[in-house]
Design a protein around this ligand. Structure first.
Ligand SMILES: [Zn+2]
Ligand SMILES: [Zn+2]
Length: 417
């Protein structure tokens, strides 16, 4: 499912501290962890590298915003050893031909291994299913119409049936468009005060409920993307308690910010789904802590400066995230004691890998080397010229963060640091 540049691997050694505090030296030979020996004096933390199940690489179609080369370089800088790319490109990844050409390019250009999702409906039009079985055989990592919901319940029901045949999960963007269509931000007191069109929490939660009901009925797993509202978390908890095999992700921006941030009218606070209230954010953090939400996903969504440099209401939804995810969550969740470092590392690595059936990065002799070295005390300021991504529409511009990715090893190769 994942493709990267094959053919060689570095022999390298890394010194670091394990989560338990012990200093070790790790030797990688032929891409595999061959030795873990006590010793060394590094203060940096050595951990399994991260997996991002939700990235927009913008290719084909908008290579001015991102490419496989630039997006995977950004991923390497963020500590990721694997990412999954969304199919809402131009053309849409809805055929084995488009999927095959992306996989071919990734074999030449990808700095870290990348998997490509294919769309659920042809052209993301929500009318006709793609050939899920054929796309699964051609290497689709999963199926999603992300960017849009699957509006037709009947179509989603059939997609759940076919996904079983294709052996790949469905990942769903939950949005009821007749409720969200006039919204620029979360519907609440802030939207009322700013006079901006509101997007009610229901626009997400009724679709979450419907999708979980369909999954329960079909006895099929599904993955909920970028959950953002407490009602959605409650629905997920109920469904999981009833035995539905549902997994879910939350983004760094939804885990850190609330709709109060929109008062700045900075277009980099405009996301889909929109930033929620403080109780929404608290519910997401609690669900990430207890594992109801098992993955952090960046929903890295690059936009050109021209597109984002417009009044709030005219701006597109989405922000970048690959290069700042760990530092943002370390600064805003771990340091204030809202979540433990161990939990954050798990939700950024093994959690997403398991949800999508990818190999779990592990720090063990004999495992493929997928490692990240983190300096937890390093302070740095997020600046526009510091990104490997071709886009700089980050909600963190100008902010100081604590915690920095020093080195990344992906599939046995040193790809950052
Ligand atoms: Zn989405
Ligand atoms: Zn997305």
């Amino acid at each position: 499912m994942l493709v990267g540049r094959n053919g060689y691997s570095d022999s390298l050694t890394l010194e670091g501290r394990l989560a338990g505090g012990r200093c070790v030296t790790v030797t990688v030979s032929d891409g595999v962890i061959s030795r873990i020996e006590p010793g060394g004096s590094s203060r940096a933390l050595l951990a399994p590298a991260f997996v991002d199940p939700h990235v927009h690489l913008r290719t084909p179609g908008r290579e001015d915003e991102e490419t496989i080369a630039s997006g995977t370089a950004a991923a390497a800088a963020g500590g990721y050893c694997a990412i999954l790319a969304m199919p809402n490109t131009d053309p849409v990844v809805d055929s084995a031909a488009v999927l095959g050409s992306l996989r071919e390019t990734a074999r030449r250009e990808a700095v870290v291994p990348v998997g490509f999702m294919a769309s659920i409906s042809k052209g993301l039009a929500g009318e006709e299913l793609t050939e899920l079985g054929e796309l699964g055989d051609a290497g689709a990592a999963a199926f999603t119409d992300d960017g849009r919901p699957v509006v037709s319940a009947a179509l989603l029901r059939r997609a759940l049936q076919y996904a079983e045949v294709a052996g790949r999960p469905l990942a769903l963007h939950c949005e009821e468009p007749t409720l969200s269509h006039a919204g620029h931000m979360h519907e609440g007191t802030v939207s009322a005060e700013l006079g901006l069109g509101g997007w009610p929490s229901l626009a997400e939660s009724v679709m979450v409920e419907r999708d979980l009901a369909l999954a329960a009925h079909e006895g099929q797993p599904l993955h909920l993307m970028h959950l953002s509202k407490c009602e959605s978390v409650a629905a997920l908890e109920r469904a999981r308690a009833a035995g539905v095999a549902a997994t879910a992700e939350a983004t760094p921006h939804h885990l850190v910010l609330t709709d109060e941030a929109v008062r700045s009218l900075d277009p980099n606070t405009k996301m889909n789904p929109p930033l929620g209230s403080a109780s929404d954010r608290d519910a997401l953090v609690g669900a990430l802590r207890d594992g109801t939400i098992c993955c952090v996903a960046t929903d890295h969504a690059p936009h050109s400066r021209e597109e984002k440099d417009v009044p709030f209401e005219a701006a597109p939804f989405g922000v970048t995230g690959l290069e700042t995810a760990f530092a943002a969550l370390h600064t805003h969740l771990v340091e204030p004691g809202l979540i433990s470092l161990e939990t954050l590392l798990e939700r950024m690595s093994a959690g997403p890998a398991r949800a999508f059936g990818l190999p779990e990065p592990t720090l063990e002799v004999g495992a493929r080397a997928n490692l990240v070295l983190l300096d937890l005390e390093a302070e740095w300021t997020v600046t526009e010229d510091g990104f490997r991504s071709r886009s700089a529409n980050s909600w963190l511009l100008g902010q100081q963060l604590r915690g920095r990715v020093v080195k990344t090893v992906a599939d046995g190769r040193l790809v950052h640091g």
